[in-house]
Ligand binder design. Structure first.
Ligand SMILES: Cc1cc2nc3c(=O)[nH]c(=O)nc-3n(C[C@H](O)[C@H](O)[C@H](O)COP(=O)(O)OP(=O)(O)OC[C@H]3O[C@@H](n4cnc5c(N)ncnc54)[C@H](O)[C@@H]3O)c2cc1C
Length: 304
């Protein structure tokens, strides 16, 4: 388990002292509060706080005074309408604050999402733990031959063993040197802010990450997508499960329109209409590029 006994005791204590509130409460999120969801070999993501629920989205859209008298069906219909038409500001009324433990190279991808508030563990102030991400054998994949930004089948046999051994040995060696530079046998020791530069990108860091629901959906659409690297995708999938329990109606609309839906260009719409009319449209007659055509066929199948 990535958390120490003391950290787990803190979480248990926080969960053991519920307080009454007049604020909106999401039962699904209350059940999850503070509990870490393990991700990768040493990472986790857990909800530290949240604001709002499905009703908060509806209230903001209607600018109403209370939970209102409309039926849940009307509310989810309105949420679907907002999602469909990209009326995004009502979704910004809900917020979530997460505590995430993640490898540095995943953090580099994650931090590109600028519309969040972040506070990271200080490796100037504190000493980083000896924890490194080492992929499980099935994720120790070869470079993809068709996609420069992707991976192919898992490495096997002696090659897999050699790579795993290298990853582990390099991390251990770098950490040994990190510790040694921090000082030993009465030496002064190098400043933490400098000693850390010797550490590899698979060491774990931690941060608090706060974001509103609109920007979280944007993050999830990009990072829970098959094009995202596996190591960030698993975090996005864990958060997706939290969002499902937090705002079920908004999550269902997001799954339907964003994750399960697709965007079509004007050429795509035209090609689809011609297909439905019985015409055998080809890439050449569609006017689409090879990449566009491949993505079109991925969704709608090929002509045969
Ligand atoms: C599969 C994949 C591959 C990628 N590959 C690369 C790569 O090779 N190299 C690379 O550098 N990055 C890469 N990225 C990162 C990508 O380009 C974005 O930086 C990242 O996904 C964050 O998206 P965002 O800017 O929309 O999100 P956010 O920063 O959260 O912004 C959300 C939205 O707010 C608006 N916004 C925020 N800040 C500004 C601003 N300053 N000006 C104008 N509008 C703003 C934009 O509409 C933006 O879409 C990749 C991302 C993915 C998902």
């Amino acid at each position: 388990m990535p958390l120490t006994r003391d950290q787990l005791a803190d979480i248990e204590a926080a969960r053991a002292s519920p307080r009454p509130t007049l604020r909106a409460v999401s039962p699904g999120m209350e059940a999850r509060l503070y509990e870490p969801v393990p991700v990768l070999d040493h990472g986790f993501v857990r909800v530290v706080d949240y604001m709002g629920d499905d009703a908060a989205i509806v209230q903001a859209a209607r600018v109403s005074y209370g939970a209102g008298t409309k039926k849940a069906r009307d509310d989810s219909g309105l949420i679907r309408y907002l999602m469909r038409h990209r009326h995004s500001t009502p979704f910004e009324m809900c917020e979530i604050k997460l505590h995430v433990k993640l490898p540095l190279f995943v953090a580099r991808q994650w931090i590109r999402h600028r519309t969040a508030n972040v506070n990271e563990y200080s490796a100037r102030y504190s000493i980083l733990d000896r924890e490194f991400y080492v992929p499980a054998p099935e994720h120790l994949a070869a470079q993809s031959a068709v996609n420069n930004q992707g991976r192919g089948a898992a490495l096997e046999g002696a090659e897999a063993a050699r790579v795993l051994q290298t990853l582990k040995a390099d991390a251990a060696r770098a950490y040994d040197h990190y510790e040694a530079m921090l000082g030993q046998d009465g030496q002064q020791g190098l400043a933490r802010e400098l000693a850390r530069m010797n550490l590899p990108a698979n060491i774990y860091t931690q941060w608090y990450w706060k974001v509103d629901l609109h920007n979280l959906f944007h993050f999830l659409a990009l990072r829970a997508d098959a094009h995202a690297q596996y190591e960030i995708r698993v975090y996005a999938e864990a958060i997706r499960g939290m969002v499902r329990d937090w705002v079920p109606a908004a999550h269902a609309a997001f799954e339907d329109y964003r994750m399960g839906g697709t965007n079509l260009s004007a050429k795509g719409v035209e090609a689809l209409k011609r297909r439905l009319a019985g015409e055998a449209v080809t890439r050449e007659t569609s006017g689409m590029s090879p990449g566009e055509w491949r993505e079109f066929e991925e969704v709608f199948g090929d002509a045969h």
